[in-house]
Design a protein around this ligand. Structure first.
Ligand SMILES: Cc1cc2nc3c(=O)[nH]c(=O)nc-3n(C[C@H](O)[C@H](O)[C@H](O)COP(=O)(O)OP(=O)(O)OC[C@H]3O[C@@H](n4cnc5c(N)ncnc54)[C@H](O)[C@@H]3O)c2cc1C
Length: 484
């Protein structure tokens, strides 16, 4: 079969809306600019007519969707394959240690979204002089319409001020330019596809190979647009344009780790107001619905940030999830990070339980099912439509249960239509328009889940009920020796 060129692939990737929009394209070619589009997503402006074939090929080489040769398996092997004692698991990628735990020292855990390991590790890298700065996410005040952006922190205080998960889009173009100009070595945080594109950039450009010293990866359900935060605020009275800050994960004493609240600050009727909302009070809160989801998130099979030096998430396991203070899942790949963690354990700064790879995978049931088990169906659906789609490490297949196909279909509709109907609702200045348009899809999603659950319970229960009935009949007609 004719293999398409990188130049062809990148054009189709952009046309199809599959790009990660991490900002690395601008780092490769300054003719590519990045801007927020009206749907609240970053978008690279690439004019194929203004770029030569070799320039387009260069973009493909740093794209997680169109790179012709390097996928996460190949890059993972280049990065970590030679680490003594390293192992590999299909979903986790390479790993040398896996833990569940949290930071014991100071208030790292209290001021972070989960167990605080991300911020603690970044602080260690700065304090030990292993990096000149940290490229991560800082609140940005909202003046230019953006609440968060990638920024370079050089002091421990700055690194600590950037703690917490930001369910918000951001791009790396400006910080990458600044880091290249300044020189030096940096630790970078990012969701899986961003880290993958940074690794591809480092393979492509020796300056970035030098600059990107360590990568601290986050596990990621999916990427949201800016409208996710805006919608939560609008539902509760802070109109679009009046939101000043969001804490997506405020821990509540006595609750379980996933019962965090969203805290919003903004203007309600001209008055500065702080709101705190539980997930049950927020129409767009369910991650399984996928409101405001970026398209690329449904076309990645990198669940555990396989090319990051360390991947961090939440240990969503029964033994940890009950603790409102948060517990990290920690997958270590780089020996320098392993040594920092060993030293932290020896000093009593960390509490970490060793976790098996099976338990690590089991800690992300929803993510594994949606992003991995059911990706083949999404690929097959794209193929059925005759559209271009990125090549993935899994093949296309329609072989998932009928109801799960329907759930995947309605999720696609929620993701796509939430962008469109929200934009219209803002034009109409009418939050209820958005709810009216989206509610039927949400209800269909709930109904499909209810049927799936009912079938599972009945599937388990029917043989048992049949056996009991059969035993009753035998007893009733004296066909049994003694009652059991
Ligand atoms: C969009 C998104 C989806 C996620 N989905 C899942 C999931 O499905 N399952 C799961 O187990 N974990 C998920 N996480 C990760 C989880 O929320 C925590 O970030 C992780 O457990 C680390 O917690 P911590 O307490 O160690 O981090 P903290 O100490 O709070 O530090 C987090 C660090 O990451 C940086 N950061 C925050 N948001 C971003 C971002 N969007 N991009 C780049 N850097 C960022 C911060 O600036 C900070 O330096 C997700 C995170 C994000 C941002």
């Amino acid at each position: 079969m004719h293999k398409e060129s990188g130049a062809q692939a990148i054009i189709r990737e952009l046309e199809g809306g599959y790009s990660i929009q991490s900002g690395v394209f601008s780092a490769v070619n300054s003719k590519v600019t990045v801007a927020l589009n009206p749907l609240g997503q970053f978008e690279a402006k690439v004019d194929p007519a203004a770029l030569s074939a070799s320039e387009l090929e260069a973009l493909a080489r740093v794209s997680a969707m169109s790179n012709p040769d390097l996928d996460e398996d190949v890059l993972g092997k280049i990065l970590f394959g030679a680490v003594p004692g390293i192992r590999h698991e299909r979903l986790l990628g390479y790993y040398s240690q896996i833990y569940a735990g949290y930071v014991k020292t100071g208030d790292f855990r209290a001021t972070s979204s989960s167990g605080g390991l991300a911020t603690w590790l970044l602080v260690q890298l700065v304090e030990k002089g292993l990096v000149d700065g940290v490229i991560h996410v800082q609140p940005s005040g909202g003046e230019d319409g953006l609440l968060f952006r990638y920024a370079i922190s050089t002091t421990v205080a700055q690194v600590r001020a950037g703690a917490k998960s930001r369910y918000y889009p951001m791009d790396l173009s400006q910080v990458l330019r600044a880091a290249k100009e300044a020189g030096g070595r940096y630790a970078v945080t990012g969701i899986p596809s961003f880290i993958m594109e940074l690794r591809l950039l480092a393979e492509h450009d020796p300056d970035f190979k030098h600059a990107i010293a360590y990568t601290v990866g986050l596990i990621c359900g999916h990427q949201k647009s800016t409208k996710y935060a805006e919608a939560i605020a609008w539902e509760h009275g802070i109109k679009p344009g009046s939101l000043r800050s969001v804490d997506f994960r405020k821990k509540i004493e006595g609750k379980s780790a996933d019962e965090y609240i969203t805290e919003l600050k903004g203007l309600v009727g001209g008055t500065e107001t702080t709101l705190a909302k539980e997930a049950t009070e927020v129409f767009v809160s369910s991650w399984s619905h996928g409101f405001f989801k970026a398209k690329f998130s449904d076309f990645t099979d990198d669940l555990f940030n396989e090319t990051a030096d360390v991947a961090l998430g939440d240990a969503w396991l029964p033994q940890y999830a009950g603790d409102y203070r948060g517990t990290n899942l920690v997958i270590v790949r780089n020996p320098v990070i392993a040594k920092i963690i060993d030293d932290g354990l020896a000093a009593g700064d960390l509490h970490l339980d060793v976790l098996s790879p099976e338990l690590a995978v089991r800690s992300q049931p929803g993510l594994v099912r949606h992003a991995y088990d059911e990706l083949p169906y999404r690929l097959a659906r794209a193929d059925r439509r005759g559209a271009w789609r990125p090549a993935k490490r899994v093949g296309a297949s329609e072989d998932i249960p009928f109801l799960r196909k329907k759930i995947q279909d309605v999720r696609e509709q929620i993701a796509e239509q939430s962008h469109i109907h929200y934009q219209r609702a803002v034009e109409l200045d009418d939050w209820s328009y958005f709810v009216r348009k989206m509610k039927p899809l949400v209800d269909r999603h709930s109904l499909l889940y209810a049927i799936t659950d009912a079938r599972r319970i009945l599937g388990k229960g029917l043989p048992y009920l049949a056996k009991r009935a059969f035993r009753g009949i035998r007893r009733r007609f004296g066909l049994t020796d003694s009652p059991r």
